[in-house]
Design a protein around this ligand. Structure first.
Ligand code: GDP
Ligand code: IMO
Ligand code: MG
Length: 422
């Protein structure tokens, strides 16, 4: 019986969706524990591509139960769109999807305020999905939860109270028109009709599952360096994608966790603003974007690309407690004459001993590189470790050693069969 946490170890988009889909054939339950529809987790099955934003990536396997934990912020409209999309493709959710009654709701004003903030001076480059403003209300103890959808009088009261404050903010701070309270109340009163069937007391559900020796995979969204506490603040998301967030975001206690798998992209990408020491603003960066199809799964934005940063991933290993890593997108590195790996940072001529998370320090560091020989072979059909070119094996061994973990999976393409398990 395992209770495994799967985390993105960089700035998101490491290929979590693909690896969750692969691993979920040996788990009974897959649980999302934080974030919301800012996530875009891609699963490629045959010619069909599925991009999941809220529903866990275990949903492609009929016998897997999917759970959305209390730490997730849910845009009910996005959720229903995703349910319709999956059901339209013959994937049934009834009796397989459970949503925590304590998950908070994204409201129309959260999305509006998110986009208004992004047009101001303190831009983060968010996904515009209302994530930050929703978590603000949660922590200000003003939020509206999924369970509130079931009590219409209470829902109306909460929306009215919240909107009074938001409308003042919209008018006085942002110079915008007020939002109409009645249309929001009407819209949100309709959601329970379809969402009620999924609402569950998730900690009890998961505790029962653990008592019955079921295996649980907890699917992180985003990545460790986007963590509100441990990431490159303020250029982060507003939740805890790191492994600690899996316990608070689901109600599974730390004593039940058996292992932590880190999803590690073979190079680095980042979407949105913020420091990125190994970024390549040159032809190599453009090639990585082209070969790796590095465009946001949620917003379509081009992802910034750069060399693998072992100093950063080593930090990520430490704060997440990663013991095993799945290395993804190794195939994208084929065709490079040589490959650089960042093994440390220099600041004011001195090597840093530990990863700097303050913006002023991380934006000034100079990466220290080691250069490894590349390979020319197409590895996207490799079925075993032995089939990989020696340079690719050396690259993997080098990054495993520098980051301090064991590699358990190597992904050489978006499809299930393009996966090597060690
Ligand atoms: P996530 O947010 O971590 O689930 O990652 P995304 O889905 O946003 O981005 C990963 C992208 O890379 C998707 O388009 C995947 O289909 C694709 N992908 C995943 N693993 C591999 C791989 O090993 N090689 C290649 N070439 N593409 C991959
Ligand atoms: P997955 O789960 C990559 C980034 C945004 C922005 C910052 C804050 O697919 O890996 P937010 O909308 O969360 O307030 O934006 O976080 N971001 C992601 N980057 N992958 C993601 O999710 C992301 N979710 C948010 O680009 O820089
Ligand atoms: Mg993504």
């Amino acid at each position: 019986m395992s209770v495994t946490i799967l985390v993105g170890s960089q700035w998101g988009d490491e290929g979590k969706g693909k690896i969750v889909d692969i691993l979920s054939n040996r788990y009974d339950i897959v649980v999302r524990y934080q974030g919301g529809a800012n996530a875009g987790h891609t699963i490629q099955l045959g010619d069909s591509q599925y991009i999941l934003h809220l529903i866990p990536s275990g949903i492609m396997r009929d016998d897997v139960t999917c759970v959305i934990g209390n730490g997730v912020v849910i845009d009910p409209r996005a959720l229903l769109n995703e349910i319709d999309f999956l059901e339209g493709r013959g994937i049934s959710l009834s009796g397989r999807l459970f949503i925590s009654h304590n998950a908070h709701l994204i409201m129309p004003y959260h999305k509006l305020i998110d986009s208004l903030n992004e047009s101001g001076k303190n831009k983060i480059g968010t996904t515009g999905r209302g994530i930050g403003p929703c978590y603000i209300d949660k922590y200000a103890r003003k939020g509206i939860k999924i369970v509130d959808l079931l009590d219409h009088d209470n829902l109306e009261k909460k929306i009215t109270q919240n909107l009074e404050e938001k409308n003042t903010l919209l008018k006085k701070i942002y110079g915008r028109d007020e939002l109409d309270v009645n249309s929001i109340i009407k819209e949100y009163k309709e959601f329970d009709e379809r969402i009620d069937q999924y609402i569950t007391d998730v900690p009890i559900f998961l505790d029962n599952a653990i008592s019955q020796h079921k295996s649980i995979l907890m699917e992180g969204a985003q990545g460790a360096l986007l963590d509100i506490d441990h990431g490159t603040y303020p250029f982060v998301t507003s939740s805890n994608p790191t492994s600690g967030g899996a316990c608070t975001g689901t109600g599974i206690p730390p004593t039940k966790i058996t292992d932590v798998i880190g999803i590690v992209k073979a190079y680095t990408t980042r979407v949105g603003l913020g420091p990125f020491p190994t970024e390549l603003v040159n032809e190599t960066g453009e090639n990585l974007r082209k070969w790796g199809a590095e465009f946001g799964a949620t917003t379509g934005r081009p992802r910034r690309c750069g060399w693998f940063d072992a100093f950063l991933v080593g930090y990520s290993r430490m704060i997440n407690g990663i013991d095993k890593a799945a290395i993804t997108k190794l195939d994208v590195l084929s065709n490079l004459g040589e490959i650089k790996v960042c093994v440390g940072y220099e600041l004011n001529g001195k090597l840093l001993k530990s990863f700097p998370t303050t913006e002023s320090r991380i934006s000034q560091v100079k990466p220290v590189y080691e250069t490894l020989p590349g390979w020319k072979e197409d590895i996207s059909n490799a079925k075993s470790y032995d089939e990989l070119p020696v340079q690719a094996k050396n690259y993997l061994e080098f990054i495993a050693r520098k980051c301090g973990f064991e590699i358990s999976i190597i992904s050489v393409g978006p499809r299930r069969k393009q996966t090597i398990e060690l």
